[in-house]
Design a binder for this molecule. Structure first.
Ligand code: ZN
Ligand code: FE
Length: 257
């Protein structure tokens, strides 16, 4: 399974999963149809599935048009999103599995950004290949999604599931927000040397227009404040050692940043 990153709208990423043997493809969160159709045309591949993480327009905006081009494709999404995802055929719950290109994707229920948000995790096939995590707007490189329909406690629970995955997992998040996220991260975790060097790498990458997605989960665990509610320096900075309180105060500060 090859993963291709397609830019859409102002800062969205659509991920195209390609099975070169059968020359079929699936997309994660098609914000728009046109860039996907263009990409498929270059590959001469057939689209067989849409994997949606949640119902927001910048994640499902291309569903209808893609279904018109490929009438037999199957649209997957979270069970709680029933009625909110155009064309949704499969209602997924925690523990369900999806299949593509000989890989099994495990479904995680990760509410917080929205009440129905799910993530797809494809474990590695061998020890020296990475696992692939498609987490929509739950975890971002250096940050996390806003809480539109969920509570800090729900989001900490959701991010805990993600944090438990192996370090060598590629994090395919849906937006290029990394530089701004890391600016915020530095403002609350300034003594973190891993974060300082990541910030400089990301700043240099963005200066030449390079994408910063995917990131590695191991790096997120060391530098993303929204996965670090139990780090003493962040607990001190947020004035609490309760994970949910630390997270809620961080999210509140970020909302105003
Ligand atoms: Zn969203
Ligand atoms: Fe989004």
């Amino acid at each position: 399974m090859q993963v291709h990153r397609i830019s859409a709208l102002s800062d969205n990423y659509i991920f195209l999963l390609h099975d070169p043997e059968k020359n079929i493809a699936a997309v994660v969160d098609p914000a728009q149809a046109e860039p996907v159709l263009h990409y498929l045309n270059n590959l001469k591949a057939e689209l067989v599935a849409i994997f949606n993480t949640h119902h927001h327009a910048d994640h499902v905006g291309g569903n209808q048009q893609l279904m018109q081009h490929f009438p037999s494709l199957c649209v997957y999404g979270g069970a709680e999103d029933q009625g909110r995802i155009p064309g949704q055929k499969v209602l997924l719950q925690e523990g369900d599995q999806v299949e593509f290109a000989g890989r099994v994707g495990q479904v995680y229920f990760v509410p917080g950004h929205t009440r129905a948000h799910i993530a797809y995790y494809f474990p590695p096939l061998t020890n020296d290949t990475p696992g692939e995590l498609f987490c929509g707007d739950t975890l971002f490189a250096g940050g996390c999604g806003r809480l539109f329909e969920g509570t800090p406690a729900q989001m900490v629970n959701s991010l805990s599931k993600i944090r438990a995955l192996p370090d060598h997992t590629r994090v395919w998040c849906a937006h290029e927000y990394t530089l701004n996220n890391l600016k915020f991260a530095l403002s609350v975790d300034y003594d973190n040397s891993d974060l300082q060097s990541r910030y400089h790498q990301v700043e240099a990458a963005r200066q030449i227009g390079k994408a910063t997605v995917p990131s590695l989960l191991g790096s997120e665990k060391h530098t993303n404040p929204f996965l670090r509610w139990d780090t003493p320096s962040l607990q001190l900075a947020m004035g609490s050692n309760d994970p949910v309180t630390v997270f809620a105060r961080l999210r509140g500060k970020k909302d105003l940043f």
